[in-house]
Structures are given as structure tokens and as C-alpha cells.
Write a protein that binds this ligand. Structure first.
Ligand code: FEO
Length: 389
């Protein structure tokens, strides 16, 4: 049974998944991921969300250990994404008396995934601010649309001051992963919720009105101490403000020459006093990690080879992801390479111009095949401009 403790009456029944290759079929999870689920023991026993289909068996074992012969009165559905909702139908069939607590959007979405008998009669439909008494505990519901799907809601338990925050404050990594919270929470946030900064800000405003002592997210550790730290990180991330000073250099290089220029620029920036410089070879880096660091630092340089009359595809892929994730409010320098018709710089600039509050800094550095003394001089100019920006 789980060693995770929340309180005598709020118990963890979630499951660590350490064999998943890709979360959402796109994100590597070297230290796994947890599908969190909770049980509130009270007159009306309540289950807070189910888990991914990959975790059904151990979750049912955890549930059985907590419930014994008791039957749950309610299942609260915070989010319909299958990493949490996969077992709703199974649970509904196991406990035909159990009611399912949803909002109107969730109720509309449930039949798309499941065929639950008597759903309308079994659903307890809640709206913003509604409360539900379980006995000594009272749940209060707050809508959190687009954090990370439209039907998402969070639940505040008033007696123990617990916020069940859905994907909010979630993190990659199994619960027993010995790793920094911010690193994998940032990669999770930027890539999964990053597009929805305004909606996260709206949720933070609601949360600010509550006295929260514990945050129980749907992924990653239960947060009990120093909550201001985590909420502060979410404030910065959701506002699209940079978190730290530094320059990320992301390069797309076919035969290594654009990469050489990127590394030379990194050395120049370090010599000129840049606080932090991080270089990514886009052909060989985890895209989610690159996006995390691009959001984290205040400056970015994109260096790209010209290929088939356009950008080398990994750079186009990065810019596509940045656009998708609502990337904005940064200073960006550009380097292009081309042996006969360099065009990547123009195309990168066009993509960036379509994003909000992007300032192109310094000259567009053009490499013709390999770095030559004149290119070194142009790289120096770009490095100076980035430092001064
Ligand atoms: Fe963890 Fe949006 O599901």
C-alpha cells in the first residue's frame, strides 16, 4: 500500500508508472509518471478521480485496501483526459449506487468515452462555487477551463484545506523519483499547459481567495510546505515572464558547421559575461526539454541551416511547437547558414513575427557553409547585442 500520507481521512490510492515510453505519446518520462487518485473517508466516502488504463490493477488494489467492505458514495471527476478518467466506467459498474460528481461540460463529454447506465440519474452536476457535504468534510468546486481541457475543475476541501488541483501543479516523475520539483514540473507545465497562461492566471486568482494548506495534484508529489514557492512558480510561468537570466542557443545543423557557429557564439557569450548559456542540438535533444529552457530564460538564439529552400526541419518543428505553446515576450537573435541560397533566417524571422512581443536582437548572422573570419566578427556583434539587450 502507498506510503504517501495526506491525513487520517484523505488517503492516496494513485499509482506510479515507471515503464511508460512516452507520456501522451510525445514526452519522455525517464523517471516515470504518477497517476494520482485519492479517497476521502467520511460518512459519504468519496474517490477523487481514477487513473490511466495502464494502472488499473494496482489502483483497484489500493482502493480495496482503503475501502475494505465500504462502498464509495461519490466519484469526483476533475478531468476527462484518459490518464485520469480511464476507469470511470469500470468503477461505475463496480459500484452501481455510486454517484458521479461532474460539471455540465464533463457530463456532455462522458458519453464520448463511455456508456454508463443511468448516467443522468447518477450524475451530481456541480457549478462554480457549489458545495457538497460528505459529513465532516465539505467539497467546493471551482471551474478551471483549459487547465488543461475545457471541462477541468478543481476541488477545495474546506475542513482540511486541501486543493485537489487536477493537472495544475503536476509534474513528470514517479512519486519516489529523487529529483528537483521545479525541473520536471516546469517541463510538464510548459509543454502541457503552457498554451493556456491566461486560464492558469484565472485559476490562480480563485486559489488566492482560499486558505490552502495542501495541494493534491493529479501527477507528482502532494505539496504540503512552502506553498508560496510553487504558486510563485506558476505565477511566473503562466504570465510568460522569463524565470531566469540566460541565453538558450538552439541550432539545427546538417553537417555540423551551423553547430560549430552556435558553440562559438556560446563561448563568446560566456566570455562577455552571460549569466547562463545553454546550447541545444535540435536534432539530438528532447524537444520538451528545449521548450522548457526557452521559456525559462530571457534570451534565445536560433541558428539554422538552409535546407530544400527553407529551414532545416528540426528548426521548423521547434518554431511550430513554440507557436503552439503561445511563446512570447522574449529577445531573439538569429543565425542562418546556406551554401548557395541562405533563406532560413528570413523564414525564422517570419515565424517569430507572428508571435507576441518577440524582439529580434542584433544582426542576422549569415554563414556561407563554414565559419570564416567575417562570420566570427558578425557572431561577436550578435553576442554583444544579446548581452546588451
Ligand atoms: Fe493529466 Fe490533462 O491530464
Amino acid at each position: 500500500m502507498s506510503k504517501v500520507t495526506i491525513s487520517d481521512s484523505v488517503l492516496y490510492v494513485g499509482v506510479d508508472d515507471k515503464t511508460l515510453d512516452l507520456f501522451e505519446s510525445q514526452y519522455i518520462v525517464p523517471n516515470g509518471v504518477s497517476y494520482n487518485s485519492y479517497v476521502i473517508l467520511d460518512e459519504k466516502i468519496t474517490i477523487m478521480d481514477t487513473v490511466d488504463a495502464r494502472a488499473t490493477e494496482p489502483w483497484l488494489e489500493n482502493l480495496a485496501a482503503v475501502l475494505g467492505d465500504n462502498k464509495p458514495a461519490y466519484l469526483v471527476v476533475s478531468h476527462m483526459e484518459p490518464d485520469h478518467a480511464a476507469n470511470i466506467q469500470k468503477l461505475a459498474e463496480m459500484y452501481p449506487e455510486m454517484q458521479i460528481v461532474v460539471n455540465a461540460k464533463t457530463l456532455a463529454m462522458l458519453p464520448q468515452f463511455f456508456a454508463i447506465d443511468n448516467l443522468k440519474d447518477r450524475a451530481v452536476v456541480v457549478a462554480e462555487g457549489d458545495t457538497l457535504s460528505l459529513g465532516s468534510h465539505t467539497l467546493q468546486f471551482f471551474m478551471a477551463p483549459m487547465v488543461h481541457w475545457p471541462e477541468v475543475m478543481v476541488t477545495y476541501e474546506q475542513a482540511e484545506k486541501i486543493l485537489f488541483s487536477a493537472d495544475g501543479f503536476g509534474k513528470f516523475g514517479a512519486l519516489d523519483a529523487d529529483e528537483d520539483w521545479a525541473c520536471e514540473a516546469r517541463r510538464y507545465y510548459m509543454n502541457i499547459v503552457g498554451k493556456y497562461g491566461a486560464q492558469v492566471q484565472a485559476l490562480l486568482k480563485k486559489a488566492a481567495t482560499l486558505d490552502i494548506q495542501t495541494i493534491c495534484p493529479l501527477h507528482g508529489p502532494i505539496l504540503k510546505e512552502d506553498l508560496g514557492y510553487y504558486i510563485g512558480k506558476y505565477q511566473v510561468w503562466s504570465s510568460y515572464e522569463p524565470e531566469d537570466e540566460g541565453v538558450v542557443i538552439a541550432y539545427a545543423s546538417i553537417h555540423g558547421n551551423t553547430g560549430k557557429a552556435a558553440k562559438q557564439l556560446a563561448e563568446m557569450l560566456q566570455q562577455k559575461g552571460a549569466k547562463k548559456v545553454k546550447v541545444f542540438d535540435l536534432s539530438r535533444s528532447d524537444m520538451a526539454e528545449v521548450i522548457e529552457d526557452i521559456y525559462r530564460y530571457d534570451k534565445l538564439v536560433l541558428a539554422c541551416a538552409t535546407y530544400d529552400g527553407g529551414m532545416f526541419p528540426v528548426m521548423e518543428d521547434l518554431l511550430y511547437h513554440l507557436k503552439l505553446k503561445n511563446f512570447q515576450n522574449r529577445k531573439v537573435g538569429l543565425v542562418q547558414n546556406g551554401s548557395w541560397g541562405p533563406i532560413a533566417g528570413k523564414q525564422m524571422a517570419a515565424q517569430l513575427e507572428a508571435m507576441k512581443k518577440i524582439e529580434i536582437v542584433g544582426p542576422l548572422v549569415t554563414i556561407k557553409s563554414t565559419v570564416k573570419p567575417e562570420t566570427v566578427a558578425a557572431l561577436e556583434q550578435l553576442a554583444d547585442a544579446m548581452i546588451q539587450a
